[in-house]
Design a protein around this ligand. Structure first.
Ligand code: BES
Ligand code: MN
Ligand code: MN
Length: 456
């Protein structure tokens, strides 16, 4: 349910809400860049201030890196408790020259707000705060108890959150957790996400001679680390695109029949997708649809590679070193630590004597499937139908949200609602990231409706 007066209040205050979002988006809270640490703190402060204005009681908790904001609404005795999680940190905005307007000077055009963090995740997080503002303005009190947990380290893999959740588990007891950090099924078709991929992200550094050598004098008698890197990377995949690491697929859960049907019913316009991506071909594992390949099957990707001379002109050398960053998206029941071991063992075996390879773990996040058909899930379904005017579809996302598994583990919480208000073409992590103001509106409505549906 969403009382009419609250619905109207939201519609009447969209400009105010959008202006608040623009202020939030103008804080360059890039968590991975240390020069932005003060901005990340500023964003935390901003979130806390918004909540305090709603009468929430909260604090900013420092961690080894970026702070956690934890705040709770005035107590409504006997009412259910909803925990809302979101992140106020963002990815780096580069390449800057690809942005039509600067990433931290939010610009509104064609019904979208453009800025880094617009959809991931500031815009989506803010919908809950705006919903609370609307409910309080009209009704004077919330229909349930709300806890807001916002972190500034999601985009660097949530390194502090496991400990934070364990330390604060008593304060975080709730009937359900809502997270809006995913996207709709298709533009205009809302979704509830019940699965996320995990991540195993490694850097490999290949080293050969002590320093760069004249390739004329020494070519032909030693291994070239850049060549070794290329050979190894090549052997990670089979010609059909599947991953060649022995054991990689051992624990992969095959999607169930209903899932395959739901996924094949996805209104994916492949031509539109190719257009959006600027590619003429879509590729992938034989026997699986595009939707399955991008969400329910594991992958391996080279995220970056380097080695030797890449400046202007030519330099005749054998480089002393070369390296690559490789990420693997995992699906249930793969375990990131195990995949890490399989990868490092396989690559170490492929490296010939005379060169060394060193691995650095960058991210480990576990894949998840959350419980469906729970009372909380039904409440979320109703809330979305109210907010979007359409029933949500169920989907799995290809991205990762490390906190989801931590919540299950440390809070022993199975009622996790992944309710994405964003659209698949919002461009998170890309230049010109955006959030549709229509989706922002529907998100606020859905969030407000969720407070009532959960409060029943
Ligand atoms: N909001 C995304 C997760 C996501 C991505 C959901 C795509 C749905 C579709 C989140 O902020 C994110 O980017 N996560 C990282 C996790 C990593 C840094 C450990 C990711 O998936 O790369
Ligand atoms: Mn996110
Ligand atoms: Mn992200």
């Amino acid at each position: 349910m969403l009382p009419d007066r609250i619905s109207s209040y939201i519609s009447d205050h969209l400009e105010v809400f959008t202006a608040e979002l623009a202020r939030f988006l103008s804080i360059p809270s890039v968590s991975t860049l240390s020069e932005h640490a003060a901005d990340v703190r500023k964003a935390a402060q901003w979130v806390l201030e918004q909540l305090e204005k709603c009468g929430f009681n909260g604090r900013i908790y420092p961690t080894e890196r970026h702070p956690v904001v934890l705040a709770r609404s005035p107590e409504v005795p006997g009412a259910p408790v909803l925990l809302v999680y979101g992140h106020y940190d963002v990815q780096p905005p580069d390449p800057l020259e690809e942005w039509q307007t600067p990433p931290f000077s939010p610009d509104i055009r064609d019904g979208y707000i453009y800025a880094r963090g617009a959809t991931d995740d500031k815009g989506q997080l803010l919908t809950y705060i705006n919903a609370v503002q609307a409910v309080l303005a009209v009704a004077g009190k919330l229909p349930l108890n709300l806890i807001v947990l916002a972190e500034g380290e999601e985009e660097i893999g949530s390194p502090s959150l496991s400990k934070f959740l364990a330390d604060h588990r008593h304060e975080l007891r709730a009937d359900a957790v809502a997270i809006s950090d995913t996207s709709q099924f298709a533009p205009g078709v809302p979704a509830i996400t019940y699965g996320l991929r995990g991540l195993c992200y490694l850097q490999m550094d290949v080293r050969g001679p002590r320093f760069d050598l004249h390739s004329g004098s020494f070519g032909g008698i030693i291994h070239n680390p850049a060549q070794v890197l290329a050979d190894v990377l090549h052997k990670l995949k089979n010609p059909d695109g599947t991953v060649a690491i022995p054991g990689f697929y051992d624990n992969v859960l095959i999607p169930e029949q209903w899932e395959r049907e739901e996924m094949s019913a996805a209104p994916t316009d492949l031509e539109a997708l190719k257009n959006y991506l600027g590619v003429s071909e879509l590729v992938g594992e034989p026997g699986y649809s595009v939707t399955e390949r991008s969400s329910a099957r594991p992958t391996l990707d080279i995220n970056g590679l380097w080695g030797g001379f890449s400046g202007e002109g030519a330099k005749t050398i054998i480089p002393a070193k070369a390296g690559a960053k490789v990420s693997m998206r995992l699906v249930p029941n793969q375990v990131s630590g195990e995949i890490d071991r399989l990868f490092t063992r396989f690559v170490s075996q492929l490296c010939p004597p005379g060169v060394s390879v060193e691995f650095t773990g960058l991210h480990h996040a576990e894949p998840v499937l959350v419980k469906r058909n729970t009372a909380a899930m039904l409440a979320a379904e109703r809330a979305i139908e109210i907010g979007f005017g359409k029933k949500p579809r169920f989907k799995r996302e290809g991205g990762s949200i490390p906190v989801v598994n931590m919540i299950r583990e440390h809070l022993e919480q199975e009622n996790i609602l992944l309710l994405g208000w964003g659209s698949p073409d919002d461009g998170p992590h890309s230049p010109n990231e955006r959030f549709s103001l229509g989706d922002f509106h529907r998100g606020i409505r859905s969030a407000a409706a969720l407070l009532f549906e959960m409060g029943k």
